[in-house]
Design a protein around this ligand. Structure first.
Ligand SMILES: [Zn+2]
Length: 113
């Protein structure tokens, strides 16, 4: 359990993420919607290392999942963890398009959005 209050944790999560979703990188100032503090591992507790900032779409799509089935390979894959992995190792924005290109680890998650 973190020694920070929940309000301090929420502030830390927002500041660390610069008010942008750590899955799709949509920013609160652009979307106009409040971001969610998301538990990366649902049973992992409220420590900041288990929390990330997520937009409503990403948070509700991921829900309790930590694994998903890749629709192309039918293999079980671990979903992206923003505390343990680097976003740019797994995703890229396509220039001049409003589309997120994902590596295998989030393809299944995004196909459910
Ligand atoms: Zn998002």
């Amino acid at each position: 359990m973190s020694e920070l209050s929940w309000a301090q944790i929420v502030r830390l999560v927002h500041e660390r993420a610069r008010d942008c979703c750590e899955y799709c990188r949509t920013c609160q100032r652009v979307s106009g919607q409040a971001m969610h503090v998301e538990h990366i591992i649902p049973s992992g507790g409220d420590h900041p290392d288990n929390l990330c900032l997520a937009c409503a779409d990403c948070n509700l799509s991921k829900a309790q999942a930590t694994f998903a089935t890749d629709s192309e390979t039918n293999r079980t894959i671990v979903l992206f963890n923003p505390r343990q992995q680097h976003w740019t190792d797994h995703f890229a924005w396509i220039e001049m398009a409003h589309e997120l290109l994902a590596e295998r680890q989030l393809v299944a998650l995004l196909s459910n959005v």
